[in-house]
Ligand binder design. Structure first.
Ligand code: SF4
Length: 842
């Protein structure tokens, strides 16, 4: 067997998938070594022959390159086909970051294609109560389905109710679908085209924008073409807060570990539980859930008051340093104070602060562990201050690398020539506000929703979301499977999975984008999302009596159903993207990093780098920023400015963050109180928000009845969102919900390892199987999310169907700036589930 010139052999794939993705047990795992090992196997007398290699049946007819669509490692895939069927999936060896690596999920991409649970035709509800598993649907043609939707949307618009129509996009769609949705909603007159960001990671981008000017991951993986040096791989210190990269971004984390083995960079992981990410760290720090904000304020106080900041960088590039220092001192946000709030010893906090400040460069990484906190925006802002005051921004190997949802800039279509009218203010940010709107009518009641994601599993306080969707007048679900929301739908639309589409799906966190070719024919009558929205626009053209059909057709030309034409429009009309042509991206082993203003520009790895290539990109992004290093109004890092203070003040926040946390965190801490009035959200000015005040918790502590703190999160590296629960591999490998409980806590509650348990919060309860784990705080339990009651694939393996974990968290307290929900702390208790033996793994 040999490694061929296209990448890693099948045997290499299996090797790298197992050690790189599932295990991550070795500190240094080189997936390149997989291909080298494969090549060596020809000559090694000790190697075993690979009988797949010379097999006529298993030799591919052809290989198509595409990209994995599960996580933002965004691995390039080489998919081998025989008789037009997928027979193998291999990683890209010629991308130095990917290095041939893949994780266990890559093999689930074809399982989305060859899956007997796929939706294959549009469906219309014919019987059953909304939400009932007994709901009955019948197949209809695409024309009939889209015209049914169009009729409802026009009926609402013509009744002056356009603002009561909403859409919620999700991360699974081809890039640019959101631009089509925005255009259609502009023509309809509704402001409520929302995305899934507030249940994912919008807050990081919001904070980055406020401090530095752009809402993107600041640094990149691989070589920075501007300097010729490794970017994030050159970090001398890695500070990870609320990110479990080994399970959420396995291949890029593996790259970091490989580079760390060369640099000796110290790795600190901050997380209330020990994950496979923390298992690789020099130091694992376990603060009380939802208190990272205090930890960071304590670090800032220590760095600044002991003179460990970078005065030269601050003098030249930072606005508001003196105000920050005075703020930290006047509020007494000392390391000792932070120790009391977080439960982390003071000397640990000062040690991390000193190490971070002394190491140059030092990189910060965060993900949902920070985003899913009540103070997400303010916590992220405090983290940007850490990088700013230590001069760790705009340098290779440094920065604030807030993961997962920091999309490159909006994709622009040609200017819309059709008439649009003034639109009502959008609902408060956060798709979870849909339920509030439907149930209370405040500030107005939504009447029609189209959803591409799964709000019935992903939104907080699921029981309330269910109640709302039962009452919703008209609901369209688009998806691959009969997921939970489908049972509430009036119309169901089948979409294609990733291997069935050409396009650009996702970028790596570091703004790096890949082209993907279509690998297999579409399943049934499924369609890619852009084609669905163009089709809906054409259905509107046929039925709209108030607008000439030519306006709809001109705004949504048929030729855009070919993604290559649509992408060409984005490249032509989006600032800073002129170099990201299909032709260029298609032939690259490595992804291309945004911004990339011309076809001879290498793309930007390090944002804000004091280098001509960065200034060239800035000029292309917006001429008004020409010559600026940071894209803020002042051109500097903005910690405090009177303008920023005035902008945030109406919401109850300020430029200098004041500590608060969720009221269900144990102890007595300041929290948010929501005013009944709405104000315009300065971070998302198209939308409203509730103003807040910061003060003590109102009412009684929930901890008498619910003494523990629960957190939700990814079950393991096996799963990505709900979709992998619809594959056999996903359910076979991780079909049981394993609830992590510290052994002493378990003993105190009469629970043994493997017992069926019930976790109860003030909102409801869910079941699972006790997993006794020393690597979690005694006051905390971990409940894996993304399980749901519709996931029938698990029935094959006797895996129980579960209530979603999001039955447990509170939906009443959310970040009023970013809209983020607080999934990372809810008051709860755990009891042995004597009613059920289900969920036991014995
Ligand atoms: S899930 Fe992520 S790490 Fe795994 S193969 Fe796909 S892109 Fe790569």
């Amino acid at each position: 067997m040999s490694s061929d010139d296209r990448g890693v052999s099948r045997r290499g794939f299996v090797h790298s998938a197992v050690i790189g993705g599932v295990g991550m047990s070795l500190p240094v795992v080189s997936a390149t070594s997989a291909s080298q090992a494969a090549a060596a196997s020809h000559t090694s007398s000790t190697s075993r022959p690979d009988f797949t290699e010379q097999s006529a049946a298993l030799s591919p007819d052809r290989t198509v390159t595409t990209a994995c669509q599960f996580c933002n490692s965004n691995c390039r895939l080489r998919v081998d086909l025989k008789a037009d069927r997928v027979i193998g999936v291999r990683g890209e060896a010629n991308d130095p970051v990917q290095a041939g690596g893949l994780c266990v999920k890559a093999e689930m991409m074809p399982e989305l294609v060859y899956n007997d649970q796929r939706l294959t035709t549009p469906l219309r509800r014919v019987a059953g109560k909304k939400g009932s598993p007994d709901s009955r649907f019948e197949p209809v043609s695409w024309d009939e389905a889209l015209e049914t939707i169009a009729r409802k949307l026009l009926e609402l618009r013509d009744a002056g109710q356009a603002h009561t129509i909403a859409n919620r996009t999700t991360g699974r769609m081809l890039r640019g679908t959101g631009s089509l949705v925005a255009r259609l909603f502009a023509m309809l007159g509704s402001p409520n085209n929302t995305d899934v960001g507030p249940v994912c990671n919008d807050a990081g981008a919001n904070a980055l924008t406020a401090t530095f000017g752009l809402g993107n991951f600041t640094n990149g993986y691989g070589t920075d073409a501007a300097t010729g040096k490794e970017d994030l791989g050159s970090a001398r210190y890695l500070l990870l807060l609320g990110t479990n990269q080994a399970e959420t971004h396995p291949v890029t984390y593996e790259h970091l570990l490989r580079e760390r083995a060369k640099t000796g960079a110290k790795l600190t992981v901050v997380d209330p539980r020990l994950t496979p990410t923390g298992a690789q760290a020099d130091r694992w720090v376990a603060p009380k859930p939802h208190t990272d904000y205090a930890l960071v304020l304590g670090m800032l106080h220590h760095i600044i008051t002991t003179g460990r900041h970078d005065q030269e960088f601050v003098d030249r590039w930072v606005l508001g340093f003196d105000e920050l220092r005075d703020h930290l001192i006047s509020h007494r946000y000392t390391a000792a104070w932070a120790a009391k709030v977080t439960g982390v010893p003071e000397k640990t906090i000062t040690a991390i602060a000193e190490e971070y400040a002394a190491a140059k460069p030092a990189a910060i990484y965060c993900n949902a562990g920070i985003s899913h906190q009540l103070g997400a925006f303010d916590t992220y802002r405090a983290l940007t201050f850490l990088a700013a005051v230590t001069g760790n921004i705009g340098v290779p190997g440094g920065g604030c690398n807030f993961m997962h949802n920091t999309w490159p800039g909006d994709l622009h279509l040609p200017p819309l020539r059709a008439r649009t009218s003034d639109r009502t203010q959008a609902l408060p940010v956060g798709p979870d506000y849909f339920a509030e709107s439907i149930l209370t009518g405040r500030p107005y009641r939504l009447r029609a929703i189209i959803a591409q994601g799964n709000p019935l599993v992903s939104s907080a306080n699921t029981l309330r979301v269910r109640e709302a969707f039962e009452q919703l007048e008209f609901f369209v679900y688009t998806g691959l499977f009969m997921e939970e929301p489908a049972y509430y739908a009036d119309i169901i639309l089948p979409v294609c999975s990733g291997l069935e589409m050409e396009g650009v799906y996702m970028r790596r966190d570091d703004r790096a984008i890949r082209w993907q070719d279509q690998v297999v024919p579409r399943v049934g009558e499924s369609r890619p999302d852009p084609e669905i929205w163009i089709g809906l626009a054409h259905a509107l053209a046929r039925l709209d009596t108030k607008r000439p059909d030519s306006e709809w057709r001109e705004a949504f030309p048929e030729k855009w159903t070919d993604y290559r034409n649509l992408w060409a429009e984005f490249v032509k009309h989006t600032p800073g993207m002129a170099g990201m042509t299909e032709q260029r991206m298609r032939h690259r082993a490595e992804p291309l990093q945004w911004p990339c203003p011309s076809t001879d520009h290498p793309g930007v790895s390090t944002l804000y780098l004091d280098h001509p290539s960065w200034y060239e990109a800035v000029e292309a992004l917006d001429a008004k920023h020409g010559g600026k290093r940071f894209l803020t109004p002042s051109g500097k890092v903005e910690i405090f400015t009177p303008e920023l203070e005035a902008k945030l003040a109406p919401t109850g926040h300020g430029a200098l963050p004041v500590f608060y946390t969720h009221p269900e965190v144990t102890g007595s801490h300041p929290t948010l109180r929501y005013k009944s009035d709405f104000v315009v959200n300065p971070i998302n000015p198209q939308a409203l928000t509730h103003a807040v005040s910061i003060g003590p918790r109102q009412g009684r502590s929930p901890h008498g009845a619910y003494p523990l703190m629960g957190m939700t999160g990814r079950p393991s590296v096996v799963h990505f969102a709900e979709v992998t629960h619809w594959t056999r591999t996903g359910k076979q490998l991780n079909g049981i919900r394993l609830i992590q409980i510290h052994p002493r806590t378990a003993r105190a509650n009469g629970i043994a390892d493997g017992d069926p348990v019930r976790v109860e919060s003030p909102r409801g309860s869910v079941t699972g199987t006790a997993l006794l784990w020393e690597g979690i705080r005694e006051d905390t339990i971990f409940v894996p999310n993304t399980f749901g009651p519709a996931q029938r694939v698990g029935d094959l393996y006797g895996a129980p169907r579960y209530e979603p974990a999001n039955v447990l968290p509170d939906d009443g307290h959310y970040d009023n700036l970013s809209g983020q929900q607080a999934f990372k702390c809810f008051a709860c208790r755990v009891v042995k589930d004597t009613q059920s033996s289900k969920g036991s793994r014995r």
